[in-house]
Design a protein around this ligand. Structure first.
Ligand SMILES: [Fe+2]
Ligand SMILES: [Fe+2]
Length: 268
């Protein structure tokens, strides 16, 4: 048994709204683009850990790796499902964003060594764990997901990102990964992904007519980059990654995570 479980919650996305976050085009475009990134992103992380796991002797960590992979495969599947449903119901094209993600991940796989890909994975996992911490600590933000199943999807994913947050990092460290490689790979990944994601978000917002309503646009912008916006709030947590003695488990939110598990009706 690993230190955290695999769950397969059932979702019904048939009623998914077009503006599923806060009835707001920009904020919904942000989450839709993130969700389009997940399926192939998660697959990239799984492969990166798989390619380096032979260097790990710790049997506990090996079991965690198995569960990490299963959790991630389930996340990828669920997000692909909600994206497909949003495309079917509302005719918005998210598949093409998924395809471009796959192409970028394939490029990373061609040009990087397994250890470099694992360093990227450890960095990306810190990002998801930091976003997850924000969501768990800010129920008022989470409430912006108005569809119960969209909210449940995000909470399930967030809790599991918290549970497996140290796996890729521990494999990286156990396999002899250095501080400099993980710092540089994080910056490289951000330099590639941030401009592209911004472009995708702006383009999708435009397609959703999000630039027509200035007040809504301002509200969406504030939810991302305002003083209380999600991207501003996760900044300090992201900077921790650049400490030499950083470890994902330094940030313990287990009491809060247990509260959310209860809320979702899970025994563990
Ligand atoms: Fe995930
Ligand atoms: Fe993860």
């Amino acid at each position: 048994m690993s230190r955290f479980p695999v769950r397969r919650p059932e979702f019904d996305f048939s009623g998914v709204r077009l503006f599923f976050y806060d009835d707001n085009a920009l904020a919904s475009a942000f989450w839709a683009v993130l969700q389009a990134l997940f399926p192939d992103g998660e697959r990239f992380f799984i492969r990166a850990v798989r390619d380096c796991r032979k260097r790990i002797d710790d049997p506990e960590l090996q079991k965690d790796i198995d569960t990490f992979m299963e959790q991630k495969a389930n996340h990828g599947r669920a997000h692909r499902e909600v994206n497909a449903m949003a495309q079917e119901v509302h005719g918005i094209d998210l598949k093409s964003i998924e395809r471009r993600t796959a192409r970028i991940m394939a490029l990373f796989e061609r040009i990087h060594t397994p250890m470099q890909r694992l360093a990227m994975t450890a960095g990306a996992e810190h990002f998801t764990a930091t976003v997850a911490r924000f969501l768990l600590r800010h129920p008022e933000y989470l409430a912006g997901f108005r569809d119960p199943d969209a909210r449940r999807l995000v909470m399930w994913h967030a809790i599991e990102e918290r549970e497996h947050r140290a796996v890729a990092f521990d494999v990286y460290r156990g396999a002899g990964g250095t501080y400099w490689m993980r710092a540089v790979m994080w910056l490289w990944m951000a330099a590639v992904l941030a401009p592209w994601l911004t472009f995708e978000i702006v383009r999708l917002t435009a397609r959703l007519g999000g630039f027509d309503d200035r007040a809504a646009l301002r509200r969406g912008y504030a939810s991302l980059l305002g003083r209380k916006g999600i991207l501003m709030k996760i900044g300090p947590g992201m900077r921790d990654y650049f400490r030499r003695d950083f470890h994902p488990n330094d940030d313990d939110q287990s009491a809060l995570e247990a509260e959310w598990r209860r809320e979702l009706g899970w025994a563990n």
